[in-house]
Design a protein around this ligand. Sequence first.
Ligand code: ZN
Length: 158
Amino acid sequence: MTDIQLNSLYQQLILEHYRKPRNRGVLEDRTVEVHMRNPACGDEIRLQLKIEDGVIRDLRFLGEGCSISQASTSMMTTILKDRSLEEAIALTRRFTQMMHGDRAAARDRALKDLRALKGVAKFPIRVKCALLGFDALQEAVRQTRSERGGTASAEAGG
Ligand code: ZN
């Protein structure tokens, strides 16, 4: 459960995702799977994606831990379907900016429900919880790109 003070409306949204996580389960035809842990809090996320032609066709996750880690991952998955890997990385950057207190990022509608987590930025130890699903996402993108081999050089420098 949430043990930090957040805006109550936002808190409701976080708890709603925690109790009824979106896209929770196993994706049989996944192309990549990443398991991430946050030992400081005991959170775990297992993220599975089906990525084709640089697009996230489908995704699921399994996990356990605090409401912040599970809700942020649930919120993240609602945005990513049919998004390109570039868009997934851009979303990760934007959310990370918000978690570091960036006010413009906290107003960015592209973050959708994830904006409910902006108050977590005031609690550095919980920021890791909020970022866990995105850490898994970044690792999944990295693995997918490295599997493609030599074509990755065209994207270097970004
Ligand atoms: Zn946590």
